[in-house]
Design a binder for this molecule. Structure first.
Ligand SMILES: [Zn+2]
Length: 305
């Protein structure tokens, strides 16, 4: 009996006193992936996102899968408030007025949001959503959507030149360039590392309310890019919400052939960004298999080796 009590107390203490990098018996973070419509391969992407989050042991993941395009969106009614982080893998029809209102309530109440890749293509005419994303592309976006935003000579440039929002060159490996060493999501990660083959979103436009710019990459004009150092990973300034915007990770044809999401760097940023959006902290160690300045690194089965 006495021994059992000691054991219980020790377990409780292990949950309360949780040191960075030390695994502990904390309850998994409840996360919701919103998906079901996308001009991207969402049947692959949402399963990859789910696998990465669940395999880490840090998250318990539910899915909110919308009806197909043109379907009855009144039937799409996720309970955002039951989750600590909502991961958007959605680019499709507007939600019902009540679902959109409850999403805004969730975000304004300080909810955690992760915008993943083409989620920032969604809802070009939903003004408040575009403030949650800070930057978006395609869908008729242009100078009315807000300025272009890019990194030049050590600072962010807001460029109001007219023109379309959103493009990318050919897929390739490229260097991710750190612009912040202190934010919890990136603390300890290398300033430069090679991202596995992916699209590189450029010429994105929007309200541009970026809070902390974490990584940029150079969109090489020789490969169809803008010739600018483009913001690809950042947090968004939106009241008390914690919003993590991760533009990388274009889904491949299958879970087995999906290098942008199999990239250890992508997976690490997704995990750390999701934990930060949910809790405001990151308790994950920098993994030993993280890509380097010279070499990309893949986790083909979406789990830490
Ligand atoms: Zn894409």
């Amino acid at each position: 009996m006495y021994r059992k009590t000691i054991l219980k107390a020790a377990l409780l203490l292990a949950c309360v006193v949780c040191f960075p990098g030390v695994s502990c018996a904390r309850r998994p973070i409840r996360a919701l992936i919103v998906t079901g419509q996308n001009n991207h391969n969402w049947p692959v992407s949402h399963r990859a996102l789910q696998a990465i989050l669940q395999n880490s042991g840090l998250f318990a993941v539910d899915l909110a899968v919308s009806p197909p395009q043109g379907g009855d969106m009144d039937a799409f009614d996720p309970d955002f408030s039951a989750y600590r982080v909502v991961i958007l893998d959605y680019n499709g029809d507007r939600w019902s007025a009540s679902t959109e209102r409850r999403f805004l309530d969730y975000v304004r109440d300080g909810g955690g949001v992760v915008l993943y890749h083409a989620a920032d293509n969604a809802f070009p005419d939903w003004e408040e959503f575009n403030r949650i994303a800070a930057l978006g592309g395609w869908g008729g976006r242009d100078e009315r959507s807000g300025p272009y935003l890019y990194w030049k000579d050590g600072s962010l440039v807001r460029d109001t030149t007219k023109g379309p929002g959103g493009s990318h060159g050919e897929q390739r490996e490229y260097s991710m360039n750190g612009r912040n060493a202190e934010h919890p999501v990136v603390r300890g990660l290398p300033g430069r590392w090679i991202h596995a083959t992916d699209e590189l979103y450029d010429r994105m436009r929007g309200p541009a309310n970026v809070a902390e710019l974490l990584y940029t990459a150079y969109a090489d004009p020789g490969r169809g890019g803008s010739g600018r150092e483009e913001p690809l990973v950042f947090t968004v300034d939106y009241g008390k919400a914690r919003i993590f915007h991760l533009m990388i990770g274009h889904a491949g044809p299958s879970l087995e052939d999906n290098p942008a999401m199999q990239c250890t760097g992508f997976q690490t940023l997704l995990l750390r960004g999701s934990e930060w959006a949910a809790t405001g902290k990151v308790r994950q160690r920098v993994p030993d298999d993280f890509p380097t300045e010279r070499k990309s690194s893949l986790r083909k089965d979406y789990r830490k080796p």
